[in-house]
Design a protein around this ligand. Structure first.
Ligand code: ADP
Ligand code: ADP
Length: 228
């Protein structure tokens, strides 16, 4: 599903973001990525979405080397990747329904299909009664559920979440990762960055630890993992 082969990335200012990283994530896995600030976690995600191009190595998504794809194929790549961020990134002037529908309008889905898909996904995240609310009327946890709904409505191959619980309290954070587990159980691969060691332990999934742009460990599950 995802493969990094000897990937290195140095930014223009000389910062070494990734240094000869190789890793493989299989279809259907749930992987947690940890590491201190500056370890290279965001760069890893940006390589997947082609926001960043490596200096060397290859990045495969579903057997396609995304570092070498044509510009015209980038939107199609990004539709295969559902992305969720720490700060939700919802459109403030659109309702919950409209925020999710937007992801389908850009691919020119029929209105009747949009309605059906948005309602379905709202049910999946437990927000069917919030369809007409604006983001500002929702709690942080609810806003993140909307962002998750938007990320999965096109049925991506991979759900990528960059510190998705960073702005949420511990109980709400658990609810969000339970939702990720639920989505993972339907077959969607999930890759999540977190700093929260309680969640790493709670999830008890494969942990990839980055440090200084290198893979420091990739053989432990959450409950066995100790940060140091
Ligand atoms: P993390 O997400 O683990 O905090 P990043 O991938 O954001 O790590 O950053 C890895 C390294 O690359 C850091 O030293 C960071 O300062 C540097 N870096 C990240 N983005 C840029 C950029 N756009 N320009 C220059 N340096 C960057
Ligand atoms: P089905 O073959 O019925 O689609 P799945 O195992 O794919 O069954 O999914 C079970 C349920 O969860 C279905 O109702 C499906 O539509 C829903 N579901 C699973 N993943 C997603 C997703 N990424 N987006 C929307 N709905 C999903």
């Amino acid at each position: 599903m995802i493969e990094f082969k000897n990937v290195s990335k140095v930014y223009e200012n000389g910062s070494i973001a990734l240094d000869d990283v190789s890793l493989f994530i299989d279809k259907g896995e749930f992987v947690v990525v940890v590491g201190h600030s500056g370890a290279g976690k965001s760069t890893l995600f940006k390589l997947l979405t082609h926001e960043v191009v490596p200096d060397s190595g290859s990045v495969l998504v579903n057997d396609v080397d995304v570092t070498r794809i044509k510009t015209s194929k980038i939107p199609m790549l990004r539709r295969k990747l559902g992305v969720v961020f720490q700060d939700f990134r919802l459109l403030p002037n659109k309702t919950v329904f409209e925020n999710i529908a937007f992801a389908l309008e850009v691919i020119e889905e029929k209105p009747s299909v949009i309605k059906e898909k948005v309602e379905h996904v709202l049910e999946l995240v437990g927000l069917e009664d919030k369809a007409n609310d604006l983001p500002e009327d929702l709690s942080g946890g609810e806003q993140q559920r909307v962002a998750v709904a938007r990320a999965i409505v096109n049925r991506p191959l991979v759900l990528i979440a960059d510190e998705p619980t960073g702005n949420l309290d511990p109980n709400t954070s658990k609810d969000i990762v339970d939702l990720f587990k639920h989505i993972n159980n339907f077959g969607t691969t999930v890759v999540m960055v977190t700093h929260n060691m309680d969640l790493v332990t709670y999830l008890n999934k494969r942990v990839i630890q980055l440090e200084g742009g290198r893979v420091k460990s990739d053989n432990l599950r959450g409950a066995e993992f100790n940060e140091d």
